[in-house]
Write a protein that binds this ligand. Structure first.
Ligand code: ZN
Length: 156
């Protein structure tokens, strides 16, 4: 492994720690169109994701509330930044690609490259199977919210 890879890893680590310490859009939302709870008992991460959709099914606002490890909070924080202004279909495509990124699979959809670039900071979890659920919890929960699922999403 060369210096570049190590530098990139440090940069990723820095972004995760920054979002983990100072999560963006961490607040309960009044008047959300949909919301869902997610629980990752393996690590103790818990999130609630809130979305407000406008008439065109575009994400007008998105926030999350909860507690968990730096990776779970960073992933939720990045998600809220990336999904605001996206359509429901774009949100679902990004979610599929993020999950592929975290498991080392080939991304199934054509999510915007700039969004996937920002999510690349989470790609390191693919080498740590127990942390994959930390990185994907908020996204599973967001999918459940969009699908109108009211039961708590539990990763196993
Ligand atoms: Zn975690």
């Amino acid at each position: 492994m060369g210096t570049d890879a190590a530098e990139l890893r440090d940069l990723y680590q820095e972004v995760i720690l920054d979002h983990g310490r100072h999560p963006r859009n961490r607040r309960a939302m009044e008047g959300a169109s949909v919301s869902a709870h997610g629980d990752n008992p393996m690590c103790g991460d818990r999130v609630t994701v809130f979305l407000r959709l406008d008439e065109e099914q575009t994400v007008a606002d998105i926030s999350f509330d909860g507690r968990g490890c730096a990776i779970s909070m960073a992933s939720a924080s990045l998600m809220t930044e990336l999904l605001k202004g996206k359509t429901r279909d774009e949100a679902e495509a990004l979610s599929h690609d993020l999950r592929a990124l975290c498991t080392g699979a080939e991304p199934p959809h054509d999510a915007p490259a700039d969004a996937m670039e920002r999510l690349a900071v989470l790609s390191g979890v693919k080498d740590f199977p127990s942390r994959v659920k930390c990185a994907t919890l908020a996204w599973h929960t967001m999918d459940a919210a969009l699908a109108g699922q009211t039961d708590t999403v539990t990763t196993e």
